[in-house]
Design a protein around this ligand. Structure first.
Ligand code: PLP
Length: 437
């Protein structure tokens, strides 16, 4: 459906994470989308090289999702999730827990990745409180992105996301990030850097392990530009957590549902967390939804230790487990299974990574990193950090490619339905646009 643009019609919407003045002077609107392609408001084709914001592995406007949501909305558009329920949320929790690691079978629904992170923090607090433990410190990591709610901002290690917001949760300490800068253009997991996990041990030595509630990491740091964990790093975090009764939280908002070629990054790296957050691909991006999955013991401790008849966990959202989102989630997970999309992502990974790493010799490129179907292409800065990236993102769009940028790093994350030819087009458009810059 065409949208009639004039300057005034764009003014009232304050856009998120956007250069509003620049955008409104030169808008980039998507009029419609299907599969890997989008069409802008002037009818130009744009290939989606970041699956939206890492949301839509099965492609835009999947007819089965549209139909499932439509059918659901004909019979139930809303049920209060506090004290009442509807079948679709229970069915979806079953389906999600079929995909999560063994022993992680309890799923709490929210509406976004940010809400999932804040919920994970509160579950952690509720668990330790029920255990009678006084743990009030959280360990996060430099360059982390855990969404934009106050809990997530407190955990954030990305300076632009937190410097404007000085009032954050107390008691958070930051491990170093894992990009050492010594080994550039490493495909897959770097061999060096496992010892960086010992930062967690240093906090144990400094504050006492019994004061630390949880350690939260993105298994592959996504929004900062794809930092792949060194071999042995996540295993070492797990080990230190186990030694000290610290919960390990994997924020799988980007990595969950096949992005690594496995159900979750936990499966790819063979490290099982205690809590996992997820969102984005849970509904193939078609409906706002997130979830937190916890190991069974956490659910049991929090529920069994509450007084008989009492609400066990004082937390939830008006739209937790919304019927339309559940229908979209159920349809998405069915598509992933029926079309074997996680396996397809796994099979496509080598072709994708080889193609994207061919950019590493380009004079503007400083480093390429990648694993599964996700890669970061970091450019040399041109003066201020982000100046070159901002320009490239716009130029790429007008050259028919959508890529999410963070600073000077483009994050490429193709859809799982992509053909090799789509990967070729993404890399060719990137190369040509870099050549012209
Ligand atoms: C790891 C991680 N956690 C949390 C979030 C926040 O998700 P949302 O934007 O849905 O709130 C994101 C978003 O990119 C993310 O990558």
């Amino acid at each position: 459906m065409a949208y009639n643009i004039n300057r005034n019609s764009l003014e009232n919407h304050w856009m998120p994470f956007t250069d509003n003045r620049g955008f409104k002077a030169s808008p980039r609107l998507i009029a419609e989308a299907s599969g890997v392609l989008m069409k802008d408001h002037m009818g130009n084709s744009v290939i989606d090289g970041s699956s939206g914001l890492f949301c839509c592995p099965a492609g835009h406007c999947h007819p089965k999702i549209i139909e499932a949501v439509h059918e659901q909305m004909k019979i139930n558009t809303y049920t209060s999730p506090f004290g009442t329920g509807h079948g679709a949320s229970f069915e979806l929790a079953d389906k999600v827990s079929e995909l999560t690691p063994d022993g992680m079978n309890h799923v709490f629904f929210v509406n976004s990745g940010s809400e999932a992170v804040d919920t994970a923090l509160k579950i952690t607090m509720a668990y330790h409180s029920a255990m009678g433990e006084n743990r009030n410190r959280f360990v996060s990591r430099e360059r982390a992105y855990h969404g934009v709610n106050m809990g997530g901002v407190s955990l954030s290690g990305m300076v632009n996301n937190r410097r404007t917001f000085p009032v954050v949760m107390p008691g958070i300490v930051m491990m170093r990030h894992t990009w050492t800068g010594e080994n550039l253009n490493v495909q897959g997991q770097p061999l060096e850097g496992k010892e960086l996990a010992n930062d967690l041990d240093r906090f144990v030595q400094t504050y006492g392990g019994q004061t630390i509630a949880a350690c939260i990491v993105e298994p592959v740091a996504g929004s900062t530009g794809t930092l792949v964990p060194p071999v042995g790093y996540l295993e070492r975090l797990r080990e230190i957590c186990d030694q000290n009764g610290i919960l390990l939280i994997f924020d799988e908002v980007i990595t969950g549902f096949g992005r690594m070629g496995t159900n979750f990054a936990a499966d790819k790296f063979h490290v099982k967390p205690d809590i996992m957050t997820m969102a984005k691909a849970l509904t193939n991006g078609s409906m706002p939804m997130g979830a937190v999955c916890v190991k069974d013991e956490i659910y049991e401790v929090v529920t069994d230790r509450a007084n008989e008849g009492a609400i066990e966990f004082f937390h939830g959202y008006t739209y937790s487990g919304h019927p339309a989102a559940c229908a979209a989630g159920l349809a998405s997970l069915k598509i992933y299974a029926d079309e074997g999309l996680f396996e397809r992502a796994n099979n496509l990974s080598t072709y994708f990574l080889d193609a994207i790493f061919s950019l590493s010799s380009h004079p503007l490129v400083k480093d390429v990193r990648g694993i599964g179907l996700m890669a970061g292409v970091e450019m040399h800065a041109d003066g201020n950090v982000g100046k070159r990236g901002g320009k490239l993102q716009k130029d790429l769009f007008w050259n028919g490619l959508h890529i999410k940028f963070t600073g000077d790093t483009g994050i490429v994350a193709p859809m799982f339905i992509s053909e090799n030819s789509h990967i070729d087009q993404i890399v060719e458009k990137l190369r040509k646009t870099l050549d012209a810059n």
